[in-house]
Design a protein around this ligand. Sequence first.
Ligand code: C5P
Length: 320
Amino acid sequence: INNKAKLWEKQMSHSDLSLNLRLKKVKNNYQSMNIYKVKFKGKINQNHSTHDLLCQLKHRVNMTMLKSSDLPDSARNWSQYLPNKDIHEVVGKLKRCAVVSSAGSMKGSRLGQEIDSHDAVIRFNAAPTKGFETDVGSKTTFRLINSQVVTRREHHFLVDPIFKDGILVLWDPGQYNADTYQWYKKPEFNFFEPYRKYRMANLEQPFYIMKPQTLWQLWDIIQENSPELIHPNPVSSGSLGIMLMMNICDEVNVYEFLPSSRRTDLCYYYKRYFDTACTYGGYHPLIYEKNIIKKLNQGTVDNIYKNGKVTLPGIGDLQC
Ligand code: C5P
């Protein structure tokens, strides 16, 4: 992958010969499998203005969380634990928010202080702060987790102190066209029982679940604004977290989602594991997610290069 593309100075695509051949094959495989039965009805390669794109994100991606009343009565044994209050009500008005990607390029960034200076910070899955404070900070206001984290034994979800800080938000992908009932009958990972157990033991900690439609609403907009067909798979946690913060904060600073000059094949700042797919997407349509974020950046190219930092506007008060 050439340097320019790596730094996201232009939009990236899979027809880009510089992109890793293996990642292209992985994408083709997912397209022929179409696990989530994606049937995209819109038009690709639309050239929306930044303002239009922000309005689409505001009006078409529903970031309100699942409520017990969205589910059948048979789900009561766990859905009764879903919070009644909107996230807005719980956190109040937030001015500056930080999104901390888990990328290996966070390592050695010394961005910790800057990150902690925000009113709220969102982190992902099992990304730790302990021992990494200088680079990633120590404040955790939100933690967005996928249903694997909750269900796979290696994560020790019920006992690991990592998850006890801040507001938890969980997501689990359903089929592209599934309504809430259909998703409930066939979630990707059966998180209901661990959710119930966790809630019973930690009733004071807010713990939301995203509506299953939300990720596909965002996927549609990414597909419409991409030059080619994208992976027919869920968007990454990173993009969902960015969207959540854009809905509740006035300004959102995202770190190492668009890689800085520290770009590396090291997948995570907290693990010795190397794979280009982590940054450019194997399963997720990650380069296309990143193209959109690059388009919406209000900060400088220099800030991407030095800090992997992108500045996005809040959309809560946006006039469309
Ligand atoms: O893998 P996981 O979803 O836990 O990582 C959190 C998020 O950080 C990802 O969803 C992705 O958006 C972002 N990420 C990245 N580059 C990496 C690793 C993670 O952009 N190398």
